[in-house]
Design a protein around this ligand. Structure first.
Ligand code: ADP
Ligand code: ADP
Ligand code: ZN
Length: 217
């Protein structure tokens, strides 16, 4: 039962790789971004607080996201977990250690997706997903096989995130550099950090991650 973190700036491919790991290894993807978007859509008290923060591209409070992760970890009992978009601050990294320890879990790997920031802006502006099943697509890098029809479920409805515009992306990148990058040494010091070349095609990135999880690199 493996517990891993996928780290990288917005658009690095965390969600894409987490979905593949979930499908191929029976691990459970815990995405704080997805949890927060669901809370916003449902209009819960957390969602009402998070909405404007997310629209600005800033970070939601450590207390809120750590509580969300704690709940989901309980639901994931017995399965390996992929943390996608969490932790994003040193505070969250410390909270995660406590949450895991309380559940007799430990981290196996922290995988950093190394990417080129300018290329990421392009990735994010072109990103969209299926409104029905959530499958991820990209206008140029990963369009549906039949234009306008989801490969997975056949739906013809898609959506784009309101924070996937250039101005907000720049703020999200700056937040990553200022608050998330500083947690890399926290994990490197414990020997948990592994790096993969995130600009490679999706399948190549997946192969690099598989090699790490299978102990081959
Ligand atoms: P991306 O992977 O494209 O960076 P996410 O879906 O992970 O985007 O996050 C979208 C937004 O949700 C972030 O810009 C931030 O406002 C909020 N968010 C998600 N996860 C966290 C977190 N761990 N801590 C604080 N805010 C978060
Ligand atoms: P994150 O969760 O880190 O914000 P996503 O997994 O949502 O990133 O990827 C952002 C966009 O880039 C999506 O449209 C996705 O289809 C595309 N994408 C993901 N990985 C790659 C890759 N290795 N090469 C090209 N495009 C990619
Ligand atoms: Zn679909």
């Amino acid at each position: 039962m493996m517990n891993i973190i996928l780290l990288g700036p917005p658009g690095a491919g965390k969600g894409t790789q987490a979905a593949l790991l979930q499908a191929n290894r029976g691990m459970i993807q815990l995405s704080t971004g997805d949890m927060l978007r669901a809370a916003v859509a449902a209009g819960t008290p957390i969602g009402l607080k998070a909405k404007s923060v997310m629209e600005k591209g800033e970070l939601v409070s450590d207390t809120i996201v750590s509580a969300l992760i704690g709940e989901r970890l309980d639901e994931a009992a017995g399965a390996g977990v992929i943390f996608d978009g969490f932790p994003r601050t040193l505070h969250q990294a410390e909270a995660l250690d406590i949450l895991l320890g309380q559940r007799d879990r430990h981290l196996d790997y922290v995988i950093e997706l190394e990417v080129d920031e300018e290329a990421l802006v392009k990735r994010i502006i072109g990103r969209f997903s299926c409104a029905k099943c959530g499958a991820n697509y990209h206008d140029s890098f990963h369009p549906p096989r039949v234009p306008g029809v989801c490969d997975i479920c056949g739906s013809t409805e898609f959506r784009r995130r309101p924070d996937d515009n250039e101005a907000t992306v720049r703020t999200r990148m700056a937040e990553y550099r200022a608050k998330t990058e500083p947690i890399l040494p926290f994990y490197a010091d414990r020997g948990l950090l592994r790096r993969v070349a995130g600009m490679a095609p999706v399948e190549d990135v997946a192969a690099q991650i598989d090699a790490i999880l299978d102990g081959k690199s």
